[in-house]
Write a protein that binds this ligand. Structure first.
Ligand code: PAZ
Length: 353
């Protein structure tokens, strides 16, 4: 256990912080899912989505949270499924999910689409042999049917094909343990695995050993909490958990537009993965920037960046019309990544011949 804050490496984190209780069960589900997808020869993407919490007490009353509704992850998951990928959707409990996101309780409540047919008896049937008699008298508002049918058809098709597997997390600790275990399982697919890390993960946490067991009392006036830094897990993820083969895409969220590109470049340089997608909080729904390596060299063969006049990063912006409400930027993000992933896969095949 480190003595002072901010000294956790990934190894010391996992050796001192306890795994979530459902981890083994979750991972056996993932193992089976990956086995089936491998048999079918499908590419698989792990999509992480939503914000992580940092509990302040063991009997949690208060926690810190990271901003994210889960829109990016849930929307992207749908486009990956459409592109033929199998998806492991690892999301914050109760954040948006693929398909049901279209009918979120706050922006598009599904009850508003349903109508009770005139003359329907409002009392549920007492006939136990006909439990569906009430539902047969409910219908969908005519002008909502086309959209609902489209979503429902895609949803049912994905279920029938068995290409979507869902996992949930709440705390940053749940997230880290799950991410490591899922990445290790997925690594058997080598380059056919993609990792799309859209979740908003806390940079700070309170180690279990420093947490108050009971609700923090307010008697002392102000509250001072010193948090430790969450270990930088992208490095072990790239080098160890995924066996250097996975196509890893991370996101960088900033609120100062001037920091977006430099911070994304630093992240790519530091972790040596394939793509960092930068997004500004207020413009994220209609513009993002892809930062990637300029040439095809694997990051491991690049030395330190000595020639600053010749940047080795490619910067490409993806923008859509902010007024076009029928267009989602995730469609273009996913299309671009699918293209790059294909090159990543065929590059590997070519180099093993
Ligand atoms: O979930 P959402 O659509 O509301 O937000 C998506 C996002 C901004 C959290 C995501 O695109 C992102 O940048 N995730 C990484 C955040 C980070 O830097 O930790």
């Amino acid at each position: 256990m480190p003595q002072s804050p901010s000294l956790f490496s990934a190894d010391s984190y996992f050796s001192t912080q306890p795994p979530p209780s459902g981890l083994e069960h979750d991972i056996s589900g993932v193992k089976e899912f990956v086995r089936r997808q491998k048999e079918k020869g499908r590419n698989v993407v792990l999509v992480t989505s939503g914000g992580t919490t940092v509990p302040l007490e063991l009997n949690v009353v208060r926690f810190l949270d990271n901003f994210s509704a889960g829109t990016r992850g849930a929307t992207s998951a749908e486009y990956f499924l459409k592109a033929g990928y199998a998806v492991i959707f690892m999301h914050r409990q109760f954040s948006l999910q693929p398909f049901s996101r279209h009918y979120s309780h706050s922006t598009n409540p599904f009850l508003d689409f349903l109508e009770i047919e005139p003359g329907t008896n409002m009392q549920p049937s007492s006939d136990v042999s006909d439990p569906g008699s009430m539902s047969s008298q409910i219908c969908v508002t005519p002008n909502k049917r086309k959209d609902l049918l489209e979503v429902l058809t895609a949803y049912k098709a994905v279920h029938a094909a068995g290409t979507l597997h869902t996992l949930t997390f709440v705390t940053v600790n749940d997230y880290l343990w799950l991410l490591r275990a899922v990445s290790q399982e997925l690594s058997v697919l080598k380059r056919k695995a993609m990792y799309y890390l859209a979740a908003a993960v806390s940079d700070f946490f309170l180690p279990r050993q420093k947490m108050s067991e009971h609700k923090i009392q307010s008697g002392k006036g102000s509250l001072h909490i010193e948090m430790d830094q969450v270990p930088k897990i992208l490095k072990p993820m790239v080098d160890d958990w995924t066996g250097k083969d996975g196509f890893i895409v991370s996101f960088k969220l900033e609120t100062d537009p001037a920091l977006l590109v430099p911070k994304a470049q630093i992240s790519l340089e530091r972790y040596g993965h394939q793509v960092v997608i930068g997004n500004d909080l207020n413009r994220r729904k209609y513009e993002v920037v892809f930062i990637s390596w300029k040439d095809a060299l694997p990051p491991s063969s690049k030395g330190p960046n000595s020639d600053l006049s010749n940047p080795r990063y490619a910067e490409s912006w993806l923008k859509i019309d902010p007024h076009d409400h029928n267009k989602e930027i995730e469609e273009d993000i996913v299309a671009e990544l699918v293209k790059r992933h294909k090159i990543w896969i065929t590059g590997a095949e070519a180099s093993t011949k």
